[in-house]
Design a binder for this molecule. Structure first.
Ligand code: IMP
Ligand code: MG
Length: 179
């Protein structure tokens, strides 16, 4: 148990466990896209997916183009506000591209639902898949079936490895339950 002034943290997945799981996901992506005619266009959802993205892409051995969007639905509370904000949503043309969205965690599913619909409205990608490090399926409000999932997690609020509570803890190299 690690205590800070505000919160108690219990480690859920260590740095080693996260890296091992990302290697498995990357191998699967390498296999699934090996015959693609064009580079994977990987769209990372800031800020939370930053660290997962950095580790995942270095294990992908195929041509890849990296894009970022910044989307949030959380605010400063542990419960999603439900309101999607898009401070950064500039994407290059994605027509006929192999698009892979990379997210830190899928909770209600609203963020990914929004982004998938946005991409489908604006473009006609050749494929559109979702990779998420974490999935809290028990909290789903809109149906999202991610193609690559690192860990299926229970209904805990998690921090570390990119995930924040009120902008804190993103830099922790492990994932922890925040109480
Ligand atoms: P959704 O739109 O409800 O699926 O929420 C997805 C976004 O909420 C993620 O991209 C995270 O930024 C944030 N989020 C959801 N659950 C957690 C959590 O347990 N810890 C930190 N952020 C979370
Ligand atoms: Mg996020």
């Amino acid at each position: 148990m690690i205590s800070s002034e505000k919160n108690k943290l219990s480690v859920l997945y260590s740095e080693e466990e996260i890296q091992a799981r990302i290697t498995v996901l990357a191998n699967k992506i390498n296999f699934d896209y090996k015959d693609s005619a064009s580079p994977i266009v990987l769209i990372s959802v800031l800020k939370g997916a930053l660290i997962f993205t950095a580790d995942l892409i270095r294990k992908i051995n195929l041509p890849l183009q990296l894009e970022f969007v910044k989307i949030s639905s959380y605010g400063s509370q542990k419960i999603s506000s439900g309101k999607i904000e898009t401070p950064l949503l500039n994407l290059p043309p994605l027509n006929n591209k192999e698009v892979l969205i990379v997210e830190d965690i899928i909770d209600s599913g609203r963020t990914i639902h929004f982004l998938e619909n946005y991409i489908k409205d604006q473009f006609s990608p050749k494929s559109l898949k979702v990779a998420t490090l974490l999935s809290k399926s028990v909290r789903r409000e809109v149906q999202i079936n991610p193609d690559y999932v690192g860990f299926e997690v229970d209904d805990h609020f998690l921090v570390g490895y990119g995930l924040d509570y009120d902008e804190d803890y993103r830099h922790l190299p492990y994932l922890a339950i925040c109480n």
